[in-house]
Ligand binder design. Structure first.
Ligand code: FES
Ligand code: FES
Length: 153
């Protein structure tokens, strides 16, 4: 079946079964491989995208559930004010180690500061707790989120 989904501001027609997870539509149909597969069960956060600005696990989001909602992926998050601040802070703080989890980390962090200009440590913990980093970059992630939030003025 054909679905029209709005990805990074453009409408894309994809011919897939309705229960296909958005993650595989992005990666295998649209060739957007920045969004990563980790667990496939909403446990690790590697596959996080934004749907209407909300961080969402694309591995458990079926394509037929999206409708007209706007999807934003790691490929376009830098074009948003919050995403640009987060990406700059990530570079300044040299956050990634292996990098595998970092697309999802950045998507969750960008959603956090887009909705909360000055998050507390508890806010950061709450927003980021679903994003697992096997390399243990958590301290740099927290520092980068604080740096990005400071640039909110
Ligand atoms: S791959 Fe989606 S949460 Fe792990
Ligand atoms: S940087 Fe390696 S898993 Fe997070």
């Amino acid at each position: 079946m054909s679905y029209d989904i709005k990805v990074n501001g453009a409408v894309k027609s994809v011919d897939v079964d309705g229960d296909t997870p958005l993650l595989w539509v992005l990666r295998d149909v649209l060739g957007m491989t920045g969004t990563k597969f980790g667990c496939g069960m909403a446990l690790c956060g590697a596959c996080t995208v934004h749907i209407d600005g909300a961080p969402t696990r694309s591995c458990i989001t079926t394509v037929d559930s999206i409708g007209t909602s706007a999807i934003t992926t790691i490929e376009a998050i830098g074009a948003t004010p919050a995403g640009a601040k987060i990406q700059k802070a990530w570079l300044d703080r040299e956050v990634p180690q292996c990098g595998y989890c970092q697309s999802g980390q950045i998507m969750s962090a960008a959603a956090l500061i887009a909705g909360n200009a000055h998050p507390t440590d508890a806010d950061i913990d709450d927003a980021m707790s679903g994003n697992i980093c096997r390399c243990g970059t958590y301290l740099r992630i927290r520092a980068a989120i604080k740096q990005a939030a400071q640039s909110n003025g």
